[in-house]
Every structure is written in structure tokens, then in C-alpha cells.
Design a protein around this ligand. Sequence first.
Ligand SMILES: Nc1ncnc2c1ncn2[C@@H]1O[C@H](COP(=O)(O)OP(=O)(O)O)[C@@H](O)[C@H]1O
Ligand SMILES: [Mg+2]
Length: 455
Amino acid sequence: MAKRSIQSSMSLWLAVQTFFFLAVSSTVIYVVADWTLKKSQESEILRHEGMIRSLYGQAQKSGDLQELRAELTEFFRIHDELAVQLKLNGEMIFEAGPDASNDNWRQEHMPPTADAPELDLIMAVRVTADRQMLSTLAIALVLVSLAASLVASMVSARLVRRGLSPLRALAKETQEVGPHASGKRLNEEAYGTEMEPFVHQFNLLLQRAERAYQQLESFNADVAHELRTPLANLIGEAEVELGRPRNAEELREVLLSNLEEARKLSAIVSDMLFLSRADRGVIARTVQVNSLCEPTLEVVEFHEALLETKDLRIEVKGDAQVEADVGLVKRAISNLLGNAVQYARYGSRIRIDILIESDGTWIDVSNDGPDIPPETGDKIFERFYRVDRSRTGANYGLGLSIVAAIARMHGGATRSVSHHGTTTVGFSIASVQGSRAFKHRRSKVHEQPPGGGGT
Ligand SMILES: Nc1ncnc2c1ncn2[C@@H]1O[C@H](COP(=O)(O)OP(=O)(O)O)[C@@H](O)[C@H]1O
Ligand SMILES: [Mg+2]
């Protein structure tokens, strides 16, 4: 598609518009001028007709047609802009002027009057000057219209150029902002009221881009940081062990320890791959899950051994029918439960609530233990975020960001509440039309005593 220039299209339209208005007014002027000239020709003819008739009246009285002829000859000698033919009972008695039956003359056949029905009068007035004036007027009007349109287009081109100058200034200022010039914003008031909403939206966009850029930067730093420790362990250990002779048993131990580090690395990488797939907008492949309680209990069963080590009791309350990817939902619940077990007080109780709320089905996992500091807020769902950064081992801070990603893949959200020694972290699955609440099952309590089998 050809590029459109506001300046040239506006100048063109203004020229066309000016020409149109001038053409209409010129036509009106021309029509009025033509009408006025015709009126004056008409009155001239009538004036002379009156004069001829009155002379004829006098000649009739005196019976001297010769006298009439002489007077008319004298009169028309000095009025060569007039022509006349006078017939009496069909017989020409007087004639003056050239042949008037052409465009240069306006000729009128005067109707006979009651006073002189025998008199036949043809009068003509020369219109050459009037016609010339009209054609000069027409040419002048056309030229003026064209010239005025041209001037209007030139003036409007200049005006539009001036009017668009804020846009050029804006483009120049825009060059200087971006993620590299962190915190710099466009001046919203410098470009006129019409531009204000655009500049404001641009600033908001810039803010979002900057935040994403910062997140990306810190994410890269975090990835490097998280990978560095296990890699350093792997390399360090290998170097130390290769430095002296080792028997098969000792080497086996080193390999086992290296395997553990490698597994950790692999887990981080696969979690990151999962998150990047979720970021690209992959949606969960959902199926109808008639009872969300069942996969939840399967996850609980999987964590049984861990629950036992801290003498924890677990309670699963509520149920719902959802459209979900069961594997993903189990992974999210497992991450929440893993955290709850990790932070739960020894011998306390963990609760999993399946709640049907207006915005979807929520799965909340609560445990008694240290509170998440209130200023932390939703940061716990960010990648690599840990309240206590010194904790290492299997904790590299991706667990809750995976929960958040799974919630997003199901059109849901996340939430966390932590006070008075109880922490609840949960995620939701968007409700699908027609998914019914299992009211009769909502109060059902599944008790999972330590060491006991699944219910
Ligand atoms: N149940 C909980 N009680 C207290 N703090 C929690 C709980 N769940 C999560 N957190 C906090 O949120 C952080 C992020 O959790 P997560 O993403 O699972 O990372 P990780 O478990 O690898 O540290 C944790 O480091 C911890 O500080
Ligand atoms: Mg975790």
C-alpha cells in the first residue's frame, strides 16, 4: 500500500474544497450578471418601442408618413446599436440597421397594440459588448477559482506542516527513551491536548516494557546465579577427586554426589522450560474432572512419607467438578503441599480446601508455621524469589511461579494469606459454564492420619 501523507492529502482536500466553493459562487455571479444584462436589453427595447409608437401616433394624426420616416432616419443614424423594421399592413415602410437575425443582436417582434393594430414592429438591440463582457467575466472567474485553490492548497500545506511539528518533536524525544534510558518518560503536556492521551498511553507502555525488561534482566541474573552453585560443586568435586588416586568405592560416591547436582541442574532447566512454554501462552489441555478431590488425594498420598517425618496430619475439604489438565493441577497442588510440609510446625495440621467461588474453583493449602512477611506480598509467585535466600537444597524459588503459571494456563489466579502463624497459599481454575458444585460433598472431610493409607 502506498504511504499516505497527512500533509499532502489535507492540502489536496482543501484545494478541492476551495475550488468547489469558488466554482459554485462563480456560477451564481455569472448567472446574475447574465440576467441583469438581459433585463437592461429588454428595457432598452421597450423604451425605444414607446418612442416609435408615439412618433407613429403623431404621423397618423397629421397623415404625414414622410415626416415620420425623416425623424426615424435621423434618430437611427446616431443609434447604430439599434435596428428596426416597421411594417404597415404587411408593407415595409421603414427599416434601419443591419440584419439582426444573428448572435450579435437581440431581436424582439413587438406584439400589435389596440391603438395601432396595423403596425408591425420588429426591434433589435446590439448585444456584442454584453456578450464580450460575460465571456471576460467567465474567464476571470475560472482563473480566480483556480488560483485561489492553488493558494489555499499551498497555505494549508504550510499550516499542516506547522500543525504537525509536535509530531516531529515527539519522534525526536521518543528516540531518547526506551529500556536503556530507564525511568525517562515523554513530557505529556508538551504536545498539545490532542496528543496528550497518546503520549500518556505511550508512557504507560514504556513503563510496562521497562518492567518486563527489568524482570528479564534479573531473571537472567537469577538463572546464572542458580546454575553457578551446582556447576561449581560439580567442577570443584571433580577437580579435587581427580587430583589424587581413588579406589572404585570412593569414585562411586563422587559420581553419586555429582549425579545429585546434575539432577538439580536438570530440574531447574526443565522448570524453566515449563515456565517459558507457559509464558508463550500455551493453554492447558483440559478434560472434565468430575471430582477434584481425587487427584488431590493422590498428591497427598505421594507426600505421605514426608508428612510422617514431621508427624503432620492432613485434611482435605470440599470438592468440585472442573475442566482441567489433571497432571498440571496435581503438579501445582504438589508444589503447594511441598511448601506447606516444609514450613509446617512439627506435629501440626495441614488443610487443603477446595472452594467454589464466583471467579472459579480455588485450591487453598494452609499450614501452621512462620508467617510470610506482609511486605513480601505477591513476590513469592515470582521466579527465583525466596523469603530466606540463604536456604538452598531443593529450594530454588521456582515452585510457586510454576503454580502461578499453571493457574494462568487454566484462566485462574493465585493468592496468599499469612498471619498469626497460619499461612494459606492457593490457586484457582476458571469456572466453566455448566460445572456444577457438588453441594452434597462439600462438607466431606478426608482425614489422612500420619502413616495411614489414602481414603
Ligand atoms: N507455606 C509457606 N509458609 C511460609 N513461607 C512460604 C510458604 N510457601 C512459600 N513460602 C515462601 O515463598 C517462597 C517461594 O516459594 P517457592 O516458589 O515454592 O520456592 P522454594 O520452595 O523453592 O523456596 C519460599 O522461599 C518461602 O519463603
Ligand atoms: Mg517450594
